[in-house]
Design a protein around this ligand. Structure first.
Ligand SMILES: NC(=O)CC[C@H](N)C(=O)O
Length: 285
């Protein structure tokens, strides 16, 4: 089985590494025609506006939509989940293109800004029943989205009870509800709809490979119809000069370092300075 991993930006290398650990070849997808060679696709986390601009730049949207439409399995993690959603709120001004297909509404930065990133154990009974292991999965939420609404075809695999002291962004225009002003609220953080899978967190940044093997099973159920004759070598392509300019700067906790240092490679996040506890990041728009 050959699994494509959208490799415009974000944590695609980490997904490919997990697939390798499971004995499966993951190939980077950077051009529309490369989708013909894979039977399933992972859209990684990263920054969805940047990823959308790059996808537009590389004319990937029609091919991605067709891939979803014909029922090939696609798993979106974090920014990838936003990509797959039919509707996103909390977008940057002017919005962004989505691939769509997943009948849900996501809030792009539901849990707040980068520094509000966190880890939490999330109960996923479906994962435990199909893949074994503990009832919970360690969710790494990095400026994570949440799913606010789902359509009737969507199966909710996991939700998360947002502690009342978490700062939430209730709208795209930064209306912040301060500590204790919100009651506990349950949001959806993992869903499945037919051959589409979405997680608001980053399983590729943990040692637990169950989400990947769960997706591989979904992919093998649909069948490995694609030819493997023109596999693109990992790391073959250079996405080229970014047409964007730096807009934002900040720092994030240590645990996200590996993730963001990887992001530097496609040239979208740049000038990352690693330190002992934190490092600087730049969002380029
Ligand atoms: N870790 C992530 O993928 C963050 C996604 C981010 N909230 C976005 O809008 O793209």
């Amino acid at each position: 089985m050959v699994v494509g991993v959208l490799a415009l930006q974000g944590s695609f290398n980490e997904h490919i590494a997990v697939l390798r650990r499971l004995g499966v070849k993951g190939v980077e997808i950077k051009k529309p025609e490369q989708l013909d060679n894979v039977s399933s696709l992972i859209i990684p986390g990263g920054e969805s506006t940047t990823m959308a601009k790059l996808a537009e730049f590389h004319k990937l949207f029609p091919a991605l939509r067709e891939f979803v439409k014909i029922g090939k399995p696609v798993w979106g993690t974090c920014a990838g989940l936003i990509f797959l959603a039919d509707k996103a709120v909390g977008q940057k001004q002017g919005g962004q293109e989505l691939v769509g297909g997943l009948d849900c509404t996501v809030h792009r930065n539901f849990f707040g800004s980068q520094i509000q990133s966190f880890e939490a154990d999330v109960s996923v009974p479906e994962l435990a029943s199909k893949e074994g292991g503990p009832e919970t999965f360690r969710g790494v939420f990095i400026r994570a989205p949440a799913i606010l609404e789902v359509g009737p075809e969507v199966e909710v695999l996991a939700d998360y009870l947002v502690p009342s002291n978490k700062v939430l962004y209730s709208s795209s225009t930064v209306e912040i509800q301060e500590e204790n002003s919100t009651p506990e609220k349950k949001v959806i953080v993992a869903v499945k709809q037919g051959s589409l899978l979405g997680t608001a967190f980053h399983p590729e940044l943990t040692a637990d490979t169950r989400w990947h093997s769960y997706f591989l099973k979904m992919a093998s159920e649909v069948g490995d119809g694609a030819s493997s004759s023109s596999i693109v070598a990992v790391g073959e392509e250079d996405p080229g000069q970014s047409p964007f300019t730096i807009q934002q700067k900040g720092s994030v906790p240590h645990f996200t370092m590996a993730y963001f240092s990887n992001m530097a490679s496609p040239g979208i996040l740049s000038d990352i300075h690693t330190g002992s506890d934190s490092f600087e990041w730049y969002v380029i728009d």
